[in-house]
Write a protein that binds this ligand. Structure first.
Ligand code: CA2
Length: 151
């Protein structure tokens, strides 16, 4: 039988595939697979399914967002460094109808000044930053709430 659950597209931007390997003092010890597992477990408790895509290429993330239109109920996106300058991702998300949650492991606002600007925030329903891996649970809880799903 096919999975009938609403789909949440979880998008991971550049270099996030390296999580668990370098800079654990900033991003923690967990791998991206660990975070995806957290997101899937949380989504599952809300009757939601997670489809995950990681890319180091801006255009691939734009295409993934286009592919979510009319198919996915919501998007959770950690755009990595694209957060700070990728207007094409901003525009693609603006053309998506459902809730969009921007997610960061670290708190970019407490880091270098160039990380203080997010071009994604204006098209996000909300942003979760600085809670490390717990952010993946919080983001999926937020999506469930925005979709009106009660636990
Ligand atoms: O805190 C976050 O989640 C960020 O989106 C992570 C991005 C950074 O550019 C944003 O300002 C905040 C960078 C992800 C890079 O991840 C690495 C992991 C291991 C080794 C090197 C990079």
């Amino acid at each position: 039988m096919t999975d009938q659950r609403p789909i949440v597209l979880l998008l991971s931007g550049p270099n996030l595939n390296l999580l668990g390997d370098r800079q654990p003092e900033v991003y923690g010890d967990a791998t991206l697979d660990d975070h995806v597992a957290t997101a899937r477990a949380t989504a599952g408790a809300h009757g939601l399914a997670v489809e995950h895509r990681q890319s180091n290429h801006e255009g691939e993330l734009v295409e993934a967002i286009h592919g979510a239109r009319g198919r996915c109920a919501a998007i959770v996106v950690n755009p990595g460094a694209f957060t700070h300058y990728a207007w094409s991702i901003h525009d693609a998300l603006a053309a998506f109808d459902g809730p969009v949650v921007e997610l960061h492991l670290s708190n970019p606002n407490a880091r270098e000044p160039w990380r203080h600007t997010s071009v994604i925030a204006p098209v996000a329903s909300g942003t979760i930053t600085g809670f490390g891996g717990a952010g993946y649970r919080l983001a999926l809880d937020a999506v469930a709430d925005l979709l009106g799903r009660t636990p």
